[in-house]
Design a protein around this ligand. Structure first.
Ligand SMILES: *[C@@H]1O[C@H](CO)[C@@H](O)[C@H](O)[C@H]1NC(C)=O
Ligand SMILES: *[C@@H]1O[C@H](CO)[C@@H](O)[C@H](O)[C@H]1NC(C)=O
Length: 526
């Protein structure tokens, strides 16, 4: 190499090394300060935050990252190892982070009740605001405003609609897709449950009947039918929030997804306009109509802000998103569990038969009678909560008080800005509240059960507003399907029960917890 350049290059290399070293030293100091800030309370110390996108592509490497799907996969293990129902995760990339994982029901209750002291880290929810600000991705006054307008939309009349459409769409599945066949093999059961949930939200969310089979009528001014836009939006959401608009324009399949988002927005704006310009002709109880009615209510106190069209879109979109995937996956896990445990399925079937012996449809009024259907769903939700980690943030310096396995009581310092993660999976598998937590035992939800240790819909003021909507849909679909079909798992020769269970119940962490591959067989009863 030319001698003339050797010196500057060496200098540059030294300089780079010094900068890198300084950066490492600074990161290390921050890291140890954070360890000190939590009183060195036990837990994981890793370089990469376990919830960072990058961590999803790496296996667990001690000291580097805790692995994909960490919060769900570890279940209660980290609490078992440390002896505490609250642990700390300290990490330094992408930013220095202090996080508390909590599986202690009393502390979780305090955190959800004091929702002003422990707000949502809104930045984690930004992706949900594609169409506008909304009830899930907001805090403070804005959230209050959305909550006030949205809460009445989830009315009894709306739930009745949910019930009816859940039965109708299940009936249509059996008659027109399965054509009443005696045995139906489904390679991926979530294909079916996602479509059911989409059809229900179509009617009960938007007042639009969604067909099982695509039809091709595209109204003037549009490039795709409403239900096609809905379908593409619901499956393309992860793509839409991770890839920027213009990059989506490069791949034909993605162009279509992008167009679906534009189309859905157009449809929703049209629905708002139609509502405003046509005189009220019929009573409608879908969420969107309810939301528009509440927003146009003349009794809304002067100065009390109404929602803008953008906020209306933001909220209805988040109902679509939050309501559809979670319910669908819960039903999928429920079907798979019943397929794995025929005895439990038989108990459920007998109970359903005892209420509707002649095979007629269950009515909305009868919903509370289907206690076994509810118990089975709750047990599936306990084992597979849709949202395993619920994130909060500490708005101020505070403390948590907890007791460990050995009975030792401790006050743990919580610095301002720390992430507070309600570890739903940790709580649901906590043997302090649940006997044999790994066992699928729906009957634990029949008698008295620890309500504070079951938070699949979170709790307190920020609890899921669509809980009743989702439960109504799940009970109706489950009850109707089990009354007509027996579910079994598609077996692989030579497989043990344990292997089969692991194969069928394998999960993936997406926006919500989802099954990986659930092949099931539905056989007609009688
Ligand atoms: C996380 O912590 C638990 C218990 O402290 C430990 O067993 C596990 O190996 C840790 N994981 C990593 C990736 O460091
Ligand atoms: C369900 O189907 C029945 C009978 O076909 C119909 O009368 C009713 O309007 C449908 N309900 C909904 C919510 O679509």
């Amino acid at each position: 190499m030319n001698r003339l350049f050797a010196a500057p290059i060496a200098m540059l290399a030294t300089l780079t090394l010094v900068v890198v070293l300084l950066w490492v030293v600074q990161k290390s100091i921050e890291f140890y300060q954070n360890v000190k800030a939590v009183g060195n309370h036990p837990g994981n110390r890793t370089i990469l935050w376990h919830n960072h996108l990058l961590a999803h592509f790496l296996p667990p490497i001690r000291g580097l990252t805790s692995g994909t799907n960490y919060v769900f996969n570890k279940k209660y293990a980290v609490y078992e190892q440390t002896g505490w129902d609250i642990v700390t995760c300290i990490s330094s990339f992408p930013a220095p982070r202090v996080e508390f994982l909590i599986a202690d029901a009393a502390i979780i209750k305090d955190v959800t009740v004091a929702h002003v002291s422990f707000p949502k880290p809104v930045f984690l929810y930004r992706a949900l605001s594609i169409f506008g600000s909304n009830i899930v991705a907001s805090e403070g006054h804005t959230w209050k405003k959305y909550r006030k307008i949205s809460a009445p939309a989830f009315s009894d009349r709306n739930h009745r609609l949910v019930w009816e459409e859940s039965l109708n769409t299940t009936r249509d599945l059996i008659n027109t897709i399965w054509k009443g066949k005696d045995v139906v093999e489904i390679d991926r059961v979530d294909d079916i449950t996602l479509q059911i949930a989409l059809n229900v939200i179509g009617v009960a969310g938007f007042g639009r009947k969604m067909p099982w089979q695509a039809d091709t009528v595209v109204p003037p001014g549009h490039t795709m039918a409403f239900h096609d836009a809905m379908r593409l939006v619901s499956t393309g959401i992860i793509l839409r929030i991770t890839v920027t608009r213009w990059i989506m324009g490069l791949i034909p399949k993605w162009v279509k997804v992008r167009a679906a988002f534009d189309e859905l927005e157009l449809y929703m704006l049209e629905m708002i306009r139609n509502r405003r310009t046509t005189a009220k002709k019929e009573e409608r109880y879908d969420l969107f109509s309810n939301l528009l009615d509440a927003n146009d209510d003349e009794l809304l106190v002067e100065g009390e802000a109404k929602l803008t069209d953008q906020e209306l879109l933001g909220n209805i979109f988040v109902f679509l998103l939050a309501g559809h995937e979670t319910t669908a996956h819960t039903l999928a896990f429920t079907f798979a569990l019943l397929g794995l445990y025929p005895d439990q399925q038989e108990i459920l079937y007998r109970h359903i038969k005892s209420i509707i012996p002649n095979g007629r449809n269950p009515t909305f009024e009868e919903m509370p009678l289907f206690t076994h259907s509810i118990a089975v769903l709750y047990e599936a939700l306990r084992l597979f909560p849709s949202v395993p980690p619920i994130p909060k943030i500490s708005a101020e310096d505070t403390v948590f008080v907890s007791t460990n396995k050995a009975g030792e009581r401790k006050t743990i310092p919580v610095p301002q800005g720390a992430m507070i993660t309600i570890d739903v999976a940790g709580l649901h598998y906590n043997p302090r509240y649940w006997k044999d937590p790994e066992v699928f035992n729906p009957s634990r939800f029949l008698g008295d059960w620890p309500r504070e240790a079951f938070v699949p819909f979170s709790q307190g003021a920020r609890a899921c507003i669509g809980r009743k909507f989702s439960e109504t849909e799940s009970v109706a679909v489950l009850t109707m399907l089990i009354s007509k079909y027996k579910i079994t798992v598609k077996e692989k020769p030579g497989e043990t029960f344990k292997e089969r269970k692991e194969r069928v119940l394998k999960t993936r962490a997406s926006l919500t917890l989802m099954p990986v591959h659930m092949p099931l067989v539905f056989s007609r009863r009688e």
